[in-house]
Design a binder for this molecule. Sequence first.
Ligand code: C2E
Ligand code: CA
Length: 475
Amino acid sequence: MKVFLNYNLVYMNQEMSPLNDKEEVKRLKIQLELEKEHIEQLEKLLNHDPDTGLLQKHVLIQRMRRFIKQKPMGFAYAIIRLDRSYQRIKYTRDRMKVLLYVTSERIKEIVGEKNLYQSDRSDEFLIILPGITNKEKIKRIITRITQKIKEYHNPPASDITFGCHVGVAVFPDHAQQLEDLQINTEIALGIYEHKREQGFIYSPEIGEIYHQKEALESILLKCVQQGFQGFHLVYQPIVNSQNKILGCEALLRWDAPGHGAVPPTQFIPMAEHSGSIHFLGHWVLYHAMNQVKTWRHEMGMDIFVSINVSPIQLESQKFVGIVRDILESLELPGEAIHLEVTESSVMEEPDMIIDKLKQLQSLGIRIMLDDFGTGYSSLSYLNQFPIDTLKIPKEFIDDFPNNPQSMDMVRAILSLARNFGFNTLAEGVELKEQFDSLIAEGCKYIQGFLFSRPIDATDLEELFQKQKSETQPEP
Ligand code: C2E
Ligand code: CA
């Protein structure tokens, strides 16, 4: 006898024994139960994620397709992507599974088991909120989820915390088709992830920003490929307590064809996103180093140029070699170069970065920690970092010295730098009062509009010449 089982359907091919045979019926029932169990297990395997036990994305897609077809009600669809601190966790695979599982349980508490799904990516969850289209309500739910995810974990992972970015789009408000809904949710997620904000809800304005950004990003890529079209460097002087120019920071400018000047805060993240920052960064290194070589030769002054390094450049295996090659080809001493690295980029892979920074220092290059105090720094690591100078960001200088909080912050950074043996540079200094107080508090270098805005190489050369003639004794 054969049993063909298709979910609830059983066909029995009866060539044989009479069904009134009780034993045979019992045997068949048992077999049927076993087959059912088998199918349930198979279904579980096919539809559930083995690590989190959550239903997988394709089940959600089917469910959303049904909702959209039958239009019984609107719903919100959200992607929850764990942030970079999650990627940085160095745990065994089993422990990572536990973290993921615990995170999924936390989200489940808020949205319910059947509304949470595992994405194709292991660091991503998907949720559906059936019947919920009110933006305020959605925001409240998402805020609860993001807060819950951030909570510390139990031992042995009690020192671990990570956050997430969220993108949401609503049916039918933001899209009538499933594919558009998915794209718009990705757009909302992408825009906010890019800004390093949590997120969340799609809007036509966000869609517009995204499409403009996409267009500009492709122009940027083309300009980089076509010989760095529209790019040039400007230089902002760095002075000491006597207003003597010791060096300058190289700052990149881009005139995009058809768009005009695009601020670096806008195009640098785009270049990082597309990967063209490697080429652009290389171009900046060469041109800034070549410029400082010219100044040093022409004026016989030991000027330095400080160059911003993107975290993406620093991550590259080739970075140290590139810098070394340019130094050698220009026959430039390392001390003519300062490299500015951000706090977050050094904290991302501390051991690997410490090694690279040490190699750069061995070439005579000085390392500056940019925007110190705005990111996450572990003091224990800071002590080990081969850093020469801490840059105090403009946002702490803005209300200094009149706001007591800014005063405390600046004093704390200056005292920390003293204890660790770092130099300090305050940037964004616009007022004489700020300059005087910073010098009085022991800050070594000053940069800001008070002395000069970022200017072209030729204008800075004039300032150098002026300074030189002022310091030279009368014949
Ligand atoms: P950053 O490294 O913090 O650079 C300092 C920014 O503060 C510059 O803005 C400078 O023009 C501005 N600034 C300096 N002093 C003052 C002041 O007194 N008042 C005001 N209001 N602003 C002041 P900019 O040139 O727009 O650059 C913005 C950011 O773009 C830079 O911030 C840096 O992170 C990035 N960037 C610029 N050039 C490069 C580059 O070649 N490579 C990389 N990776 N990033 C760059
Ligand atoms: Ca900088």
